[in-house]
Design a protein around this ligand. Structure first.
Ligand code: MN
Length: 400
């Protein structure tokens, strides 16, 4: 008898609230679970929720969906759900309510139709630490089981965000597993490592309108274990179509020609459900030319959800704009940039502070926790500080 495992990743429940797309993540989640209902096990490789502190409305809807699932669910947390030490992340929250089994640096064996299925899970950690954490976890396959290894990281060559380079490559994943599964990346991938399948289902909902997401359908995997292993990608019909197109311009092109070209392209798009359309204009235009395409969004409002990017500038400036855009698109980058700055500053002060812990307290708005952590290290800090320019008077006020 065959065993079917559904792998549904990056549901991002709660994304796009108060926008035209607020129901998209829920439509996708409902469709995915509906299409997975004859499966025997459901694997969620992180970013179930879009936020680390979901709103009650999102909890309620999510639990409504999960409460209809009759088979075991196993999950890890993604970068969107990670919280500091000692704090409960929302995936753990779902485990407390018995909706699923939560794994972080551990495994769980399921007995399904007389077969042993072992899942080893590692939730998201900042990319810089992924290799070390993986090494410390020391994942081992379970003998006599079908062994699945699941994580939520960039795994080179599959990189979510160029700001945060991966420390892991496909080759670094632990040997001896039958199937490797990765969340985090929002487009679907079927590759191999150590001679076994490496699957990225991609997100069920479009989070960024870019080239990769435009040419790649939304959906999830069903892995069917019989005498052999069958892997099927199940497309989601509820997903909005995504269109992405770049227009090149140069100094010789007239503004009216550019707008005409873009409108011609937009006029050719016709979908029942408003598609997500992104148009990007690149190149350089003559000094003083005013390329303002904001009117397009209103003009096509009834036909599509349109965003327009105008990237006409010199190269160095363009790089900086890209960095800013990436930062705006992905919250984790801000966290990582923040953490990097904090770490650099603290290294400069030659302190032995646990900057990561302090940063996590700050991210969670727990200023008291951060302060307590600072104060507990203060004596050591004062003794060790070799930097006479550090003004300690402000901090010492707190301990006196
Ligand atoms: Mn994600």
């Amino acid at each position: 008898m065959s065993v079917k495992i559904a792998i549904i990743s990056d549901l991002h429940l709660g994304i796009g609230r108060n926008t035209e797309r607020s129901e998209d993540c829920w439509d996708a989640a409902r469709e995915a679970f509906e299409k997975a209902k004859d499966c025997d096990l459901i694997l969620l490789p992180g970013d179930i929720f879009d936020g680390r502190i979901p709103r009650p409305e999102d909890w309620a809807k999510c639990m409504g969906i999960l409460s209809n699932v009759k088979v075991p669910i196993v999950a890890i947390h993604g970068n969107h759900e990670r919280r500091g030490k000692g704090l409960i992340n929302p995936v753990e929250g779902l485990e407390h309510a018995k909706f699923l089994k939560y794994l972080h640096c551990k495994s769980k064996v399921f007995d399904i139709k007389g077969r042993k299925i072992s899942v080893f899970g590692m939730g998201w950690v900042p990319e810089a630490y992924a290799k070390e954490v993986l090494h410390n976890c020391n994942p081992q396959p379970v003998e006599g089981a079908y062994n699945i290894f699941v994580l939520h990281q960039s795994v080179s060559p599959y990189v979510f965000n160029s700001i945060e380079p991966p420390s892991l490559t496909l080759e670094d994943l632990p040997k001896g597993f039958d199937l490797y599964v990765c969340g985090h990346i929002h487009w679907n991938v079927m590759d191999k490592t150590h001679g076994k399948p490496f699957l990225i289902p991609g997100s069920t909902v479009t989070t960024q309108v870019n080239k990769s997401e435009a040419k790649n359908p939304k959906g999830f995997y069903i892995v069917e274990l019989d005498d052999d292993v069958k892997i099927n990608f199940i497309k989601l019909d509820s997903a909005r179509k995504v269109y992405y197109k770049e227009f090149k311009v140069d100094n010789n092109k007239k503004i009216s020609d550019i707008t005409e070209e873009i409108e011609e392209y937009l006029n050719g798009i016709n979908e029942d459900k408003k598609p997500l359309v992104r148009v990007v204009v690149r190149g350089s235009i003559g000094k003083g030319s005013n390329l303002d395409l904001r009117y397009l969004k209103d003009k096509y409002r009834d036909k599509m959800i349109l965003s327009v990017g105008v990237r006409v500038s010199e190269e160095e400036l363009e790089k900086k704009i890209k960095l800013l855009r990436d930062v705006m698109d992905e919250r984790v980058s801000i966290m990582d940039i923040g953490m990097r700055i904090l770490r650099e500053n603290m290294n400069e002060m030659k302190s032995s502070f646990d900057f990561e812990e302090i940063f996590e307290f700050l991210v969670d708005g727990n200023v008291d926790g951060a302060m307590a952590q600072l104060l507990s290290n203060l004596d050591e800090f004062v003794n060790k500080s070799k930097n006479p320019s550090v003004d300690m008077s402000g901090l010492q006020r707190w301990v006196s």
